[in-house]
Design a protein around this ligand. Sequence first.
Ligand code: FES
Ligand code: FES
Length: 153
Amino acid sequence: MATYKFQVNGRATSAESWDPAQPLLYVLRNQLGLHGPKFGCGLSQCGACTVLLDGKATRSCVTPVRAAEGRSVTTLEGLGTPQGPDPVQAAFIAEQAAQCGYCTNGMIMAAKSFLGQNPKPTLEQVKQGLAGNLCRCGTHTRVLRAVMRAARA
Ligand code: FES
Ligand code: FES
């Protein structure tokens, strides 16, 4: 069994796996108990599993654990706290940008990465930036409002 060492939410972490191709998502959820990232499609098509890998939005369902070796992983849990949410989290709360919430992790993590690259986007740019994140409940309009609110914060 191999041991993989990386940072998770600012802490040095190690995880063991028989399979270097094991999805990072499984390690985060099943070994490290981080349930922010969700299993949606498992095929890099919905965005529910999104984490930040060295600050960039990454689909952890198709990212092998070996790819995280020596790198920095941030999950939803690492963005903020209930008392001190990240501005993106606060904006999603303010706009009530969720119904079932299954996609919300991916929306917030994608928005965080996107706003890091484009701090003052237009609405059209936000639409393009989050186009790959799917919501079955139809909260896209509220999500867009939340991301625009976060950009103004
Ligand atoms: S679960 Fe990873 S993109 Fe859908
Ligand atoms: S809020 Fe239910 S899938 Fe988006």
